[in-house]
Design a binder for this molecule. Structure first.
Ligand code: PLP
Length: 393
């Protein structure tokens, strides 16, 4: 006889999410998401869409008319950016210095393009000279790089690569999945032509949306394609008709997620982008001071991404065991390494509201205790003291 199974009420653990994302969701965002659903063409919702676009422009620092949240995670942003810009046979210079640069390169190839990979070590930046060389030896008219490489904790200087791309008449396509709202990013001033991000990292929204912006130069390339975009769902011309012109039905927008994003953007707007960037920088610096005072090393000391801080796992310490202790004893989630850096680094996210003095002190204290438990010679209190000094306490 089959017995009726009991399905209990959902009761997920309430953790401090300090990994590579998702980050904790702001209670204001959760509240906005529980608002009543309206139709996706309801006049109320159309107003919400307009305001969301305006706020996105503010945060991307752009005057671009095309600025919308795509329905899908960060990878949908990546896929949309590449599959709309790249046609069969196009050469694209792709910076590969981590897991996500590699993913970009793979998507370029799947779109029928030829990816010319400019490589750098996982923990290093892509140099402008290497990009210049690749452009001078190819017919590439697009350069794609990751601004905040989440797999390594490296922030890529964009302006100098942008200058080189312009010299060769190439479009600059930038992944800002881990940098938007967490470190200095100015789409117009940096000279970025196509830029995408996600909702679940420095914006403290649930995963599911990918803000994207294109300038007129990039849109012209999309409009002049010889072949239709292979993906109907991510065809930016069709999405433009829904979000920005005429409001023609394309797909049913994820209403609640857009309510949430609007609230998250409103929070960032209230703080102001400069104050927000500064806060992320300061907390990352305090964390770094604490980590180094503990006798550990940052993985990318020269190009540190404030929203994602990578720490080398010292010899003789199990990366996984330390993460388990943080999770089970302290309710803190941090990340391990990806791809080439698997087992070699920890990744500590300080994203959006999670970039706070409280979280820095908390994670340092927990880290010290976990390391001590596993026999790593650490003096309790050194890390926290170093961070506190930077905070001026
Ligand atoms: N690009 C970067 C730099 C990322 O860190 C991530 C995810 O962590 C992605 C792209 C893909 O985003 P998603 O996992 O939301 O699809």
């Amino acid at each position: 006889k089959v017995q009726a199974k009991v399905y209990r009420e959902l009761n997920p653990p309430n953790l401090i999410l300090m990994g590579p994302g998702p980050s904790n969701v702001d209670p204001r965002v959760l509240k906005a998401m529980s608002s009543p659903i309206v139709g996706h063409l309801d006049p109320f919702f159309l107003e919400v869409m307009d305001e969301t676009v305006e706020l996105l422009r503010y945060l991307f620092r752009t005057e671009n008319r095309f600025c919308v949240p795509l329905s899908g995670t960060g990878t949908a942003g990546m896929e949309a950016a590449i599959c709309n810009i790249v046609e069969k046979g196009d050469e694209v210079v792709v910076g590969v210095n981590g897991f996500f640069g590699q993913r970009m390169s793979e998507i370029v190839s799947r779109c029928g393009g030829k990816s010319i990979e400019v490589k750098a070590g996982w923990g290093e930046i892509i140099t402008k000279d290497a990009v210049k060389e690749a452009l001078s030896q190819s017919k590439a008219k697009v350069v794609a790089v990751v601004h905040g490489e989440t797999s390594t904790g490296v922030i890529q200087p964009i302006k100098e690569i942008s200058k080189v791309a312009k010299e060769y008449g190439a479009l600059l396509l930038v992944d800002a999945v881990t940098s938007l709202a967490g470190c200095e990013l100015d789409v117009d001033d940096f000279g970025i032509d196509i830029c995408y991000s996600c909702s679940q990292k420095c914006l403290n929204c649930p995963p599911g949306l990918a803000p994207i912006t294109l300038n007129d130069r990039a849109l012209e390339k999309v409009k002049n394609r010889k072949t239709p975009v292979q993906s109907w769902y991510l065809d930016l011309s069709l999405i433009e008709s829904y979000w920005l012109q005429g409001r023609a039905y394309h797909h049913t927008a994820p209403i609640s997620l857009i309510y949430g994003l609007r609230e998250a953007l409103r929070i960032a707007y209230e703080e102001g982008f400069e104050r927000r960037w500064e806060r992320h920088k300061k907390n990352s610096l305090a964390l770094t001071n604490g980590i180094e005072a503990m006798g550990l090393k940052m993985h990318a000391p020269n190009h540190r991404l404030p929203s994602l801080n990578s720490v080398d796992v010292p010899q003789g310490v199990s990366e996984l065991e330390i993460r388990r202790i943080l999770l089970n004893k302290f309710g803190i989630e941090i990340g391990g390494g990806l791809g080439l850096l698997k087992d070699k680094i920890w990744r500590i996210g300080l994203m959006g509201m999670n970039s706070s003095e409280r979280n820095v002190v908390l994670v340092l204290e927990a880290f010290e205790r976990a390391l001590k438990e596993k026999g790593f010679p650490v003096k309790l209190g050194e890390g926290v003291r170093a961070a506190m000094e930077l905070f001026g306490h």
